[in-house]
Design a protein around this ligand. Structure first.
Ligand SMILES: [Fe+2]
Length: 453
C-alpha cells in the first residue's frame, strides 16, 4: 500500500526516515529555513529512488540563479528521469520533472504553468504551490501568483501544518497586486497559523512599505524576530526591509548599522544578498549619504557574476555594484553579455534582457556617468516593462527612484513630477521619498506637486 505524505497524497516513500525527511523538507522550504539543504540531503540519502526529491534538488538549484548550479540541475533532471524510467512515475512526479526540464530550457513561464496544472489534481501540494510562486516571482508575474493561489486557498483552512505558509504566499500575492488591506489581514492570519512564516511576515512588511507606514513596519519586524530567526539568507532580506523603514524616517545611521551588522554580515555573492545591498547603497547615495568604501566588496563579487545570465534582476544589481565600485571593464562585459542574450532570444530571460534589460542597464551606466539626459531616456524606455525583471514593487523601486533622480538632474521637472505622482498613487500613501521630492519639485516648478494622500 502506498504511503501518503503530509498533504495526504501518495508518495513512493517506505522508511520512516524518508517520510520524516520529506515532511521536514517541505516545512523548512516553506518557512525559508536554513535547514532546507540538510533535510534535502537526508531525504536523498533515505530515499534515493524518490524522483520528486531529485526534481526539488534541481529546481532549488536553479532558483539560486547561479550559472555553476545549472550543471547540478541537469544532473538532478537526468537522475529523476532515470528513476522514473525504471520505477515509473505518477502524475505528480512527472509534473515536478517536467517543471524542472522547462526551467532548464529557459521556459520559466511554462515551468510555473506545469505546477498550476498539477494543482488541478493536487491542490494541497504546498511545495508545488511555493515553487510555482517562486518562479512567478522571478518573472514578476504578480497576477499569476494571485490567480494560482486563489484557485487553491479554500483547501487551506488551518488544519494542516503547511496551511499557514499558503496564507503567507497569498498575502504576498495580494500585496503585489495592490490589495494592501486584504494582504495585511492574510499575512497576519498566516502568522497566527504558523509563527515561523517568514514569507507571510515579509508580506506584511511589504504592505507597510507600500502604504507609507514606516514606523508600523519597524515595530512589526522588530517585535516578530521569532518569525525569521530560523531563516536562511532570507533573513538578510527581512533586515533590508527593516533598513528601508529606517531610511524612510531619515535614520541613516541606523540604516548603515543594519547594512554593516546584518545585511552584509556575511559577504556572500548570492544574487539576492547582493541585490539587497546594492539597492540600499543606491538609495542612500540618492539621499546624499556617503557610503564610504562599501561598494568595493559588492563590485569585487559582482565581477565574477557578469557571465551568469540567470536573471536580469540579478544583472541589474550587479550593474549597480560594478558602477558603484568603478569596474569599467566588468560593466562593459556585463552589457555585452546582456546584448548577446538578447540577440540569442532563446527563452524567457533572454526576452527580458532585450527589453527592458538593456535599456535599464544602459540607463544605470549613464546615470553613474552623470549623463542624466541619456539616463532618463533609457530608464524611461525601460520603465513600462520593468515588472518583467521580477522581484517586488519594493525591490524595483530603486530603479524608479533612479529614474526620477535622472529626470530631476536632467532638468525634466514636469516629467519628474509625473513620475513622483504615479509612484505615490501606486503606493497609496506619501512616504518620505515622495514628500521630499514633492517639496523639491514644488520649488523647481511654479505649480504645486499633487501627491496621493
Ligand atoms: Fe521583500
Amino acid at each position: 500500500m502506498a504511503a501518503t505524505d503530509l498533504y495526504g497524497y501518495d508518495v513512493s516513500l517506505e522508511s520512516a526516515a524518508a517520510k520524516e525527511s520529506w515532511r521536514n523538507l517541505n516545512l523548512a522550504f516553506l518557512s525559508h529555513g536554513a535547514s532546507t539543504a540538510d533535510h534535502l540531503g537526508a531525504l536523498l540519502k533515505a530515499a534515493p529512488a524518490f524522483a520528486i526529491a531529485e526534481a526539488c534538488r534541481g529546481l532549488f538549484s536553479l532558483l539560486l540563479g547561479r550559472r555553476e548550479l545549472i550543471a547540478t540541475a541537469q544532473e538532478a533532471l537526468a537522475k529523476a528521469k532515470e528513476i522514473t524510467a525504471s520505477h515509473g512515475g505518477d502524475v505528480r512526479t512527472n509534473a515536478y520533472i517536467a517543471a524542472l526540464e522547462a526551467y532548464l530550457a529557459g521556459q520559466l513561464a511554462k515551468s510555473a504553468a506545469i505546477f498550476d496544472t498539477l494543482l488541478e489534481t493536487h491542490p494541497r501540494d504546498a511545495m508545488a504551490i511555493k515553487l510555482g510562486h517562486a518562479i512567478k516571482f522571478i518573472l514578476g508575474d504578480a497576477l499569476g501568483m494571485r490567480t494560482s493561489l486563489e484557485a487553491v486557498m479554500p483547501q487551506f483552512r488551518g488544519t494542516n501544518a503547511t496551511d499557514g505558509y499558503m496564507h503567507g504566499c497569498y498575502a504576498f500575492a495580494l500585496e503585489e497586486t495592490g490589495d494592501q488591506r486584504a494582504a495585511e489581514i492574510a499575512g497576519k492570519h498566516a502568522l497566527d497559523l504558523v509563527s515561523d512564516d517568514a514569507w507571510g511576515l515579509h508580506a506584511v512588511a511589504h504592505v507597510y512599505d507600500m502604504t507609507a507606514r514606516a514606523r508600523d513596519g519597524v515595530t512589526w519586524l522588530e517585535s516578530r524576530t521569532d518569525a525569521w530567526a530560523h531563516c536562511n539568507n532570507f533573513r538578510y532580506h527581512v533586515y533590508w526591509h527593516l533598513a528601508l523603514f529606517y531610511l524612510d524616517t531619515g535614520a541613516h545611521d541606523e540604516v548603515l548599522r543594519l547594512y554593516d551588522m546584518e545585511i552584509r554580515q556575511d559577504k556572500t555573492d548570492d544574487y539576492r544578498d547582493i541585490s539587497n545591498a546594492a539597492s540600499l547603497l543606491s538609495r542612500l547615495e540618492i539621499e546624499g549619504v556617503d557610503v564610504g568604501a562599501r561598494w568595493e566588496e559588492l563590485a569585487a563579487l559582482s565581477e565574477h557574476r557578469v557571465d551568469d545570465g540567470c536573471a536580469v534582476f540579478a544583472d541589474l544589481h550587479y550593474m549597480l555594484s560594478l558602477l558603484g565600485g568603478e569596474r569599467k571593464a566588468a560593466t562593459e562585459q556585463l552589457l555585452h553579455r546582456m546584448r548577446r542574450d538578447a540577440n540569442r532570444n532563446d527563452g524567457d530571460m533572454d526576452r527580458v534582457a532585450d527589453h527592458p534589460g538593456l535599456n535599464a542597464a544602459s540607463g544605470l551606466v549613464a546615470f553613474r556617468d552623470g549623463n542624466y539626459t541619456n539616463a532618463f531616456a533609457n530608464l524611461s524606455a525601460a520603465r513600462p516593462a520593468m515588472q518583467t525583471v521580477g522581484g517586488s514593487h519594493a525591490q524595483r523601486d530603486v530603479f524608479e527612484r533612479i529614474t526620477i533622480e535622472a529626470a530631476i538632474r536632467a532638468g525634466a521637472f514636469e516629467e519628474a513630477r509625473t513620475l513622483v505622482d504615479e509612484r505615490a498613487a501606486k503606493r497609496g500613501g506619501v512616504d518620505g521619498y515622495t514628500a521630499s521630492r514633492g517639496t523639491l519639485l514644488d520649488g523647481l516648478l511654479t505649480t504645486p506637486v499633487a501627491v496621493a494622500s
